[in-house]
Design a protein around this ligand. Structure first.
Ligand code: SF4
Length: 428
């Protein structure tokens, strides 16, 4: 029997999959030809899902630590005992130190929207310290939304009607491969492709233009482009008047970045900045595809915020094929019926997840006494890694870990609860 699913590898394509299930086991995975965006093509990674799901190293029973922290010695226990122990420790910590001594730690795991957000209500109700989920995309999201709001960005499939495409900070051909045919269709009809990327990636090699700014200078480049657009009269004043706020202030800021100055900051020749701006401003339907690259820096949110101003300057949003796409991800914008922030006591402290090391080793009043980790492996992925490991070794820290495999973090756990793969939670 073939069952429908999706690839959950935190890739923007989110391929539709068909999984062959025989006697309760997935024996093969292939692309779903009826999926409108990915159309039956998957990359090699998804083909290994059967080995992943049925791997002999999967954790299949709750485990209790029976050796020193981090040594990895555990004994199997029943679910009932495991849950009783966790509940008892939660009660003890709340009674002795208050609920803020408990910190849930999570990020995306297998990306399931329900699974990612299912624990929030419980920890809010408890009054546990709140986790600020700042790793990965939030800076880009904040910047983009500061300009364009929280609605969806331009449908990437509409790019087939664009005549000028900028890929800014994305190696699309390698990391968003299903978008490439849509760009190809536009190019068959005559569209030109510009890539902005410090590296000469596979994608950049296929472009008509390749601008290589120094890493971290994307905002200056965007301001330089804006200044050319404004000076050359290539902006859509009617669109700006009808649909935007703050143009006068933006124009003043852009005036501080003539192309020569932007060139000096970015390391991109002045004539390339001028050429790109003119091509973008004269296009019938200019389209920008941003990746995460410009946001992976200090002030990355401001870089995305600035880039996201460009389409409005030329009125791209009202031209079929024009616009800007940041993320292909979707989902309900409001998950509060699931996460229930209203249950969180007012004034409950927040811990920034990139400062987990500080939180585990230096935070006081109260210190973190119970770390509840799911959908993440902070011992391997969190910044401040030395401090994180130091904190995880604390004998007075009770660590609960939900996991499929014995990860670096799970090695330090007091209790491990077996986690489910995306296939096991998506099917009934
Ligand atoms: S391209 Fe590969 S990793 Fe990305 S969603 Fe498709 S199968 Fe998964």
């Amino acid at each position: 029997m073939w069952k429908p699913s999706v690839c959950t590898k935190d890739c923007p394509d989110t391929c539709g999959l068909l999984a062959k299930v025989e006697e309760g086991r997935i024996t093969r995975v292939k692309g779903d030809p009826d999926h409108p965006f990915t159309r039956g093509f998957i990359c090699r990674k998804a083909g290994y899902f059967p080995q992943h799901v049925h791997n002999e190293e999967r954790i299949l029973t709750p485990l209790l630590r029976c050796g020193p922290k981090g040594e990895g010695r555990f004994q199997p226990i029943t679910w009932e005992e495991a849950l009783d122990r966790v509940a008892a420790r939660i009660k003890e910590v709340c009674a002795e130190h208050g609920p803020e001594a408990i910190l849930p730690y999570l990020y995306a795991g297998h990306m399931g929207l329900v699974q990612r957000h299912a624990g929030h209500a419980f920890f809010h109700m408890l009054g546990a310290s709140r986790l600020l989920a700042t790793i990965c995309g939030p800076a880009a999201t904040a910047g983009f939304e500061a300009t364009l709001g929280s609605g969806p960005s331009t449908d990437l499939e509409s790019v087939v009607d664009s005549d000028f495409i900028i890929i800014w900070g994305s190696n699309t051909l390698t990391t968003n491969v299903h978008a490439w045919p849509f760009f190809g269709k536009a190019r068959e009809k005559g569209a030109r492709l510009a890539v902005i990327d410090p590296y000469r990636t596979r994608t950049a090699k296929k472009a008509d233009l390749h601008l290589r700014p120094r890493p971290g200078t994307d905002a200056a480049l965007a301001l330089g482009l804006m200044q050319v657009l404004i000076q050359e009269g290539l902006i859509d004043r009617q669109f700006l008047a009808d649909h935007t706020v703050g143009f006068a202030e933006l124009a003043r800021r852009a005036a501080e970045y003539p192309p020569e100055k932007a060139a000096a900051i970015c390391g991109v020749p002045t004539h390339e900045i001028q050429g790109l701006a003119v091509a973008y401003g004269q296009a019938r339907a200019p389209f920008i595809r941003t990746g995460w690259g410009p946001a992976r820096q200090l002030r990355g949110a401001m870089a995305l915020r600035t880039i996201a101003c460009l389409p409005a300057l030329v009125g791209a949003f009202q031209k079929p094929g024009g616009g800007i796409t940041r993320s292909l991800g979707g989902g309900p914008a409001n998950l509060t019926r699931l996460t229930r922030p209203d249950l969180c006591p007012k004034g409950t402290r927040a811990v920034n997840m990139v400062q987990l090391g500080d939180a585990l080793t230096r935070l006081e009043a109260p210190p973190i006494k119970l770390l509840y980790n799911y959908m993440s492996n902070p011992a391997a992925v969190a910044p401040q890694s030395a401090l994180v490991l130091e904190g995880l070794k604390r004998e007075d820290l009770f660590l609960v870990v939900h996991e499929l495999f014995m990860t670096d973090t799970a090695l330090f756990a007091d209790i491990i609860l077996p986690g489910a793969s995306s296939f096991e939670v998506n099917w009934n």
